[in-house]
Ligand binder design. Structure first.
Ligand code: XIL
Length: 299
């Protein structure tokens, strides 16, 4: 196959990309994104601050720009993200307790009803666990509303759009030996045992010298899948973009039948949130990097 998306489709998977609405007018960017990928995640446009800038006043202008571009170009769309401690609008940052809990529920309902039936996977909850060795929840205004906030978010999401796969998404959960990985694993196991509606786990996979790729990532994906959820690589970028590491991640996904696909977190290095790490598959001029060829060959 000659593109990443077509190659991934041979095994029933997708190869996706994070798209920024304000870059779609860049023809080099839009040409590569349209040609190579068959799934799209909005890099920022579906986040809480973008979609509900004032309480109860939803705004989908930028989100719909990404969504419509994706659908017009034949791609499916991952929704990102509904409940998160970061990129909250000011009004939400200042809420707590039952008022914040209700605002979270209203936000999930407002965004999911706008896209009802149109989103394949939603990152319902993002980054709810702490880094380091504690295995604890991350302290946040949402966590302080009560430990059940995550399952409330998933139950709300299931009712709002029963057709979407509902994912928990996080970083530093790729290495099976990390305490954070074990903590998320225990939560998913508990949710499955108690019937809390969760369908998938997203592994962001922002690999760098501080959080390096380890080949036990495949074990992590297999162990989560064995709990009865799908898995996905949702925000892949790798410092320095070593071809062998990119191929390793792709092969890990391909080795797990419940791995739905891989999404890279941007098109060219210059589009990356970590552009100084040159972590993506395309050079700034739009040419393909060695990692691109390694990924295409692995798929
Ligand atoms: C990042 C975007 O890439 C940046 O443009 C923005 O300034 C901050 O957020 N984990 C996530 C993503 O779930 O939403 C983040 O995206 C990267 C880390």
């Amino acid at each position: 196959e000659s593109t990443l998306g077509a190659a991934a489709a041979q095994s029933g998977r997708y190869f996706g990309v994070a798209v920024a609405a304000n870059r779609l007018s860049d023809s080099t960017y839009a040409t590569i994104a349209a040609r190579e990928f068959n799934s799209v995640t909005a890099e920022n446009e579906m986040k809480i601050d973008a979609t509900e800038p004032q309480r109860g006043q939803f705004s989908f202008t930028a989100a719909d720009r990404v969504y419509n571009w994706a659908v017009q170009n034949g791609k499916k769309v991952r929704g990102h993200t509904l409940a998160w401690h970061s990129q909250q609008p000011g009004w939400m940052q200042s809420l707590n307790g039952s008022a914040l809990r209700q605002a979270m529920i209203d936000h999930i309902n407002g965004v999911m009803s706008h896209y009802k039936g149109k989103i394949t996977q939603w990152d319902v909850v993002n980054e709810a666990f702490a880094d380091g060795s504690s295995g604890a929840r991350r302290d946040s205004n949402l966590q302080r509303t009560g430990n059940d906030w995550i399952e409330v978010a998933f139950r709300t999401a299931r009712a709002a759009d029963p057709s979407a796969k509902l994912c928990y998404n996080d970083y530093n959960v790729e290495d099976w030996t990390w305490a954070k990985t074990q903590a998320v694993y225990a939560m998913v196991r508990d949710f499955k045992q108690r019937g809390v509606p969760i369908d998938c786990v997203g592994f962001q996979s922002h690999f760098n010298s501080g959080s390096p790729y380890n080949s036990n990532f495949r074990t992590t994906l297999q162990n989560f899948a064995a709990l009865g959820v799908d898995v996905a690589v949702t925000e892949l970028d790798i410092q320095g973009a070593p071809a062998s590491t990119y191929a390793g991640v792709v092969n890990d996904c391909l080795a797990v039948s419940r791995c739905l696909g891989v999404t890279v977190w941007g098109v060219r290095d210059s589009d990356s949130w970590r552009s100084e790490q040159t972590p993506l598959l395309f050079n700034n001029d739009g040419s393909k990097k060695p990692a691109y060829t390694a990924v295409l060959n692995a798929l």
